[in-house]
Design a protein around this ligand. Sequence first.
Ligand code: CMC
Length: 425
Amino acid sequence: MSNKKFHLSEEGTDTSIELPVLSSTLGQDVIDIAKVPETGCFTFDPGFGATASCESAITFIDGGKGVLLHRGYPIEQLAAKSDFLETCYLLINGELPSASEKKAFEQTIKDHNNVESSVEQFMAGFSQGSHPMAMLCAVVAAISATYHDSTDVANADDRNLTIIRLLAKMPILAAMCHKHFSGQPYVAPNNDLSYSENFLNMMFGEPGKEPNISPVLAKAMDLIFLLHADHEQNASTSTVRLSGSSGANPFACIAAGIAALWGPAHGGANQAVLEMLEEIGDEKNIDEFILRAKDKEDSFRLMGFGHRVYKNFDPRAKVMKETCDEVLAELGLDNEPLLKIAKRLEQIALEDEYFVEKKLYPNVDFYSGIIMKAIGISPEMFTVIFATGRTVGWISHWNEMLSNPYRIGRPRQRYTGYTKRDYPA
Ligand code: CMC
């Protein structure tokens, strides 16, 4: 609790309530508005632009400075020195693992590196070419049926088992969505490979064939997962928390998070960036698209630009951009026309008065799509990969909420409909 207090008073009356301020370890303190209903009013904040929906000790973002910390560690340092599974351990447990803890964690994930055979039958119900996000959302919800026996959300052991199951099974489910989408046979998980190598092998390998994964691409894949691991209370994470607050099955809660992520204003932006670059097609057309993005009469937005929280460069985009250069060099795609368009677009947007004034910087989705396309991943899969990386963030927030006192999430509303009226006689 901070010493600061605010008073909310109604003009012309003696009504006044004291609103305590709760301090944060970093960033803005928060005004505790729990007493506001005593005034006879609710607060109104559509889009949650001014409202902290929960307490959390997992991730901190300073959008003005372009800072992203996981459990206090800067994302740039984690990207350079850690790997995805170690970052998962950090997000879940709050501390980096020792060498033996890391090994044991990796082994536990491998112990759950499988899915029930019924998953294949479930997937067979989708026609080939179905959108992978639709399949992922459905199949994750479906396995809540399999794991309904050990999901006592009040039991820490059950919660830990759920976390491990999700981290182990998401890459398998994601790769199955890709294989089914493209009409290819599934490739079984392989415990001789690292987490990201195994994912790439399930995506691009063939059944019965020896894995052949480029170390550069495996490192890039691991980094893509790591950079997407968590981002505090975004739309999908808030959806998982809200669903989880009713005590719902965690796999179903993650399916709800996947649904929220799908939209182009959130995780779906990576697919939309690539589609936009393809639509622009040539550097000579960029000016026309910039003009469209600035035109209030046109719904077109420059995908991969802007963020609710970052009013500076998205730190994930900086790391992603460097990896993008490495991957394209490794694959001999340095002259990839889409990359040229992307670089020129970025340069123009960073100098253009409209984008500068509104602080619309490139976000993580701007470069991730280009890397994924270079690796050979189809755009429909981009958001699935975002979801695979973000699962650890979703489930860490769910676990944090359930490990502490919490109430069901239940927002109020400003009602603007009819007043009471009688049914016609
Ligand atoms: N292109 C053109 N204008 C834009 C853009 C854009 N990409 N983004 C925002 N603006 C304008 C917007 O028109 C508004 O102008 P005005 O103040 O004149 O009405 C102003 O900037 C503020 O925009 P907003 O929609 O109020 O901002 P928001 O915080 O509600 O939305 C956003 C944030 C990410 C949804 C939005 O910037 C956007 O639609 N960007 C493109 C989609 C995108 O790249 N999404 C990925 C986000 S990062 C990954 C993730 O976290 O999921």
